[in-house]
Design a protein around this ligand. Structure first.
Ligand code: SF4
Ligand code: SF4
Ligand code: SF4
Length: 193
């Protein structure tokens, strides 16, 4: 006997299909994101490279070396509004290098030459300390090694440079390899807003 499906049958099939589809979507979501919603973030008050008071200690480069991506999803970011635009920026120059004929440190700090220095406005050659410069981080070169972050920290700098997870690059791994090795528990998962 070939009976026509009732309205209840059709609705029942549709509901079961929707439930299965929903479950498939949920499983896919959990594979990518784990059971915790949100995104990975660096707590800059906890990370040794940016934590105030942590001076004269080794730079932590685990954000650069541990990410599963060939070039880490972590980058240094300069908050230009907070930057002192210093003539001799300790994050740009290796202040321990020899002084050159211009009266500036002869070497740069960044091992990847990822920071650019631009003059702001007219530069007075007779008053170099009162000239101002913009320091721009090239995110294509930067791997988040943290050296400039440590050098920009007070009292040498104004802590305008910090490490950030670039969410457009991060794969949002369920078990972030950086979070597993971070010595300061500074790599955290937080709800997205
Ligand atoms: S984090 Fe490292 S690679 Fe990136 S700009 Fe700073 S010193 Fe250069
Ligand atoms: S979640 Fe994955 S891709 Fe993102 S920072 Fe961690 S290891 Fe790198
Ligand atoms: S691994 Fe942790 S302490 Fe090291 S640079 Fe990354 S966030 Fe900072």
């Amino acid at each position: 006997m070939n009976e026509e499906p009732t309205r209840r049958d059709v609705l029942g099939h549709a509901a079961r299909g929707a439930a299965l589809l929903g479950m498939g979507g949920l499983i896919g979501y959990l594979i990518k994101h784990g059971s915790v919603e949100g995104a990975w973030r660096i707590n800059v008050d906890q990370c040794v490279n940016s934590r105030l008071g942590a001076l004269g200690v080794d730079v932590c480069d685990k954000c650069a070396t541990t990410c599963v991506l060939a070039l880490s999803a972590v980058r240094a970011v300069n908050d230009h509004a907070a930057c002192g635009r210093c003539y001799i920026c300790p994050a740009y120059f290796d202040v321990n290098s020899a002084i050159n004929e211009e009266g500036l440190p002869s070497a740069k700090l960044c091992p990847r030459d990822a920071i650019e220095r631009f003059e702001i406005g007219w530069v007075d050659p007779d008053d170099p300390a009162n000239n101002y410069y913009e320091y721009v981080i090239d995110e294509v070169k930067c791997n988040g090694c943290g050296r400039c972050v440590m050098a920009c920290k007070e009292p040498a700098g104004l802590s305008s440079i910090r490490l950030e997870v670039r969410h457009d690059l991060c794969l949002d791994c369920n078990r972030c390899s950086i979070a597993q090795v971070c010595p300061d528990d500074a790599y955290i998962r937080e709800p997205t807003t």
